[in-house]
Structures are given as C-alpha cells and as structure tokens.
Write a protein that binds this ligand. Sequence first.
Ligand SMILES: [Zn+2]
Length: 161
Amino acid sequence: MKRFCIRWDKRPRFVCDVHLARVAKYLRLLGFDTVYRNDISDDELIGRCRFGRIGLTCDRRLQKRAPESIIVLRCEDAQKQVRRLDAVFDLKRYALPFRRSLCCNRLLVPAEKNLDIPKETYRWLTGFWRCPRCGKLYWKGTHTERMRQKVYSLLDYQKKC
Ligand SMILES: [Zn+2]
C-alpha cells in the first residue's frame, strides 16, 4: 500500500466500492461505520467522502478523482486489506467489535430473549442484540467465538485479550 496523505486522529468511517463486500463486512465486524452497497455509484462514493468518510476502492481511476480522501486497496485477500488499513488508521485503537449489524451497518441494540431461538441454545445464552433495521438477532454462542477468532486475526493480535 502506498503512503497516504490522509491524516486521521479519530474513529475512521468508510465507504467501500462494489468490489469490497468482504472488507466492508470485516470493518463492520470490528465496529467501524462502513457504507457498502453492491450498486453504489462512483459519484455517490465520492459524495460520501465529502462528508468525512474514507473511500476504499480497487480502482485507481476512481482514486484520482478524489486522491485526498480515497485509498486504493490492492485486490487481494480481504483480511490482508484490513490489516493494511489497520497499519494506516490504527484500527486496533478504535475497534469496537460486535456492535454493528454486518448486513446493514446499523448499531445493534439490546434485545429480549427471543422465542425463535432453539431451546437448547437458549438456556446458556447471556446476551442478545438486535439490528433495528433488518431485525437480525445476534447472540453469544459458538458462532460468535468463531467471529472473535476472526477479529483477533484481522487485527493480527498475538494473543487473546
Ligand atoms: Zn441489519
């Protein structure tokens, strides 16, 4: 990744181009406000950068239209791309994992135990969150352990914290 002229001293917010679905999902998993749609236009992406978001793209031509606020990510493994962003924006410092809906970027809200959850899972669960937009439920369980491991590896932690 080239060096950037972007200076950042607060929690970064992002907008991803259509090719960066997985990067967007990982950034949301880490708690970063990340706009992603599979139909976002170049103009909209640039427009959102004017409101303080950092644009992420694989397209150098797009980056040239707003070089001060758009970063070109080499098209490679999404995990590597996130690690590169960590090196630039110090994501470790600002990460708040498991706070956002992975599908629509909203902050999750606490939810009551929900009867749709299988009873055998139900008993030992302690926390439930709901996305206020899509209604998806998130809860502590084996799948969150897998996601926790993903967070550790995205941020390249040497050991669990
Ligand atoms: Zn959602």
